[in-house]
Design a protein around this ligand. Structure first.
Ligand SMILES: C[S@@+](CC[C@H](N)C(=O)[O-])C[C@H]1O[C@@H](n2cnc3c(N)ncnc32)[C@H](O)[C@@H]1O
Length: 323
């Protein structure tokens, strides 16, 4: 019976955990809804999530449509702002339902959008956070995203030229809203991203006495400290895989700092599959939902190519981001 529920060795360890703290929700989820795991389901994420069991996802990492009129394959991104916010509330309500009580969400959105005749300028972070709060999400933090080598040209719309009459002040940056469902602290501990080594170190006050301590590599400590600082650098992947692009750096950083190995990571707007690749590379399970069949084909191809390459050689994250 347990074999049916095994997705990867880390999860197996968690389920067979010697400390007898068995997460029955994980087991139930695997037994009944295994079809979603490490797969992309084609469909409207609101409907797909409505079919999924409650309390089964550890972390949602996603970059939803921004409501700025991007010509996606099938999704109409050219809504008036009120419709866009209604759509946002609908999918976030389902997302809240599928998260475990200690589940988290990392939501990549722009600070602001300008919809001109479809709703004017909107402080989208504020609007979406109000919706999240109403649904029940609790605030975990906000990460300011800093492009490593900004490719976006600065806006040429500056309003009233050389005058304070009506200047156009616009911030093209994006951020990641971090939130959790009910409890900030993870109920069941798993294997974190960074594993130290047990060592005997001299006591600070009495160097003659040695104490057991977990010692971490300097680069791991540096990475952890970078991730808890709410400003993440990222390389903007602008390859035309689909109309939807997402830097591998964003899901990778969120997954490393917010989840254990073997956890279930979901992206309800999977696009070209960046979150799936990142989760798989980092030893997590993943669930993808995507409205476009075309984009799903692209994403699946990326994942298959990654797996084929990995079967031949060990890969670094920088190499995975090129798939
Ligand atoms: C900003 S993109 C996501 C990019 C993605 N992170 C990637 O790596 O390519 C938004 C995606 O959401 C999809 N989408 C739009 N509405 C959807 C819906 N209701 N359910 C599921 N997917 C949807 C679009 O087709 C598009 O691929």
């Amino acid at each position: 019976m347990e074999n049916n529920s095994i997705i990867n060795p880390e999860l197996y360890y968690k389920i067979k955990g010697k400390d007898t703290k068995i997460d029955t929700k994980i087991i139930d989820f695997k037994m009944t809804e295994k079809k979603y795991i490490n797969e992309i389901t084609v469909g409207d994420c609101r409907e797909v999530m409505a079919q999924m069991p409650t309390d089964c996802i550890d972390l949602i990492v996603t970059s939803p449509p921004y409501g700025v009129g991007i010509e996606y394959d099938v999704h109409n991104d050219d809504m008036i702002i009120d419709e866009y916010l209604k759509f946002t509330e609908e999918w976030l309500t389902e997302a809240y339902k599928v998260l475990k009580d200690d589940g988290r969400i990392a939501l990549n959105i722009p600070y602001e959008i300008n919809r001109q005749d479809k709703g004017g300028r909107v402080f989208v972070v504020s609007e979406i956070w109000q919706i999240m709060k109403k649904i029940g999400f609790k605030f975990f933090g906000i990460v300011d995203l800093e492009e490593d080598s900004p490719h976006r040209s600065r806006t040429t719309a500056w309003g009233s030229w050389m005058s304070p009459s009506a200047p156009y002040i616009y911030n093209p940056k994006e951020c990641v809203i971090l939130a959790y469902k009910k409890t900030h602290v993870k109920k069941i501990k798993g294997t974190p991203q960074w594993i130290g080594e047990a060592a005997q170190v001299p006591d600070k006050n009495n160097p003659a006495i040695f104490k057991n301590k977990t010692v971490y590599r300097d680069e791991d400590k540096k990475e952890f400290m970078e991730l808890v600082f709410g400003q993440w650098k990222y390389f903007n992947d602008s390859r035309p895989l689909t109309k939807a692009t997402f830097s591998m750096d964003i899901p990778s950083k969120a997954i490393k700092i917010l989840s254990y190995k073997g956890d279930v990571i979901m992206d309800p707007f999977m696009g070209s599959g960046t979150t799936a690749l990142s989760a798989e590379f980092l030893g997590r399970n993943w669930i993808g939902i995507e409205l476009s069949e075309e984009y799903t084909k692209v994403a699946k191809q990326r994942i298959l190519e990654y797996r084929a390459k990995l079967a031949q050689t060990k890969l670094e994250l920088e190499e995975v981001s090129k798939f």
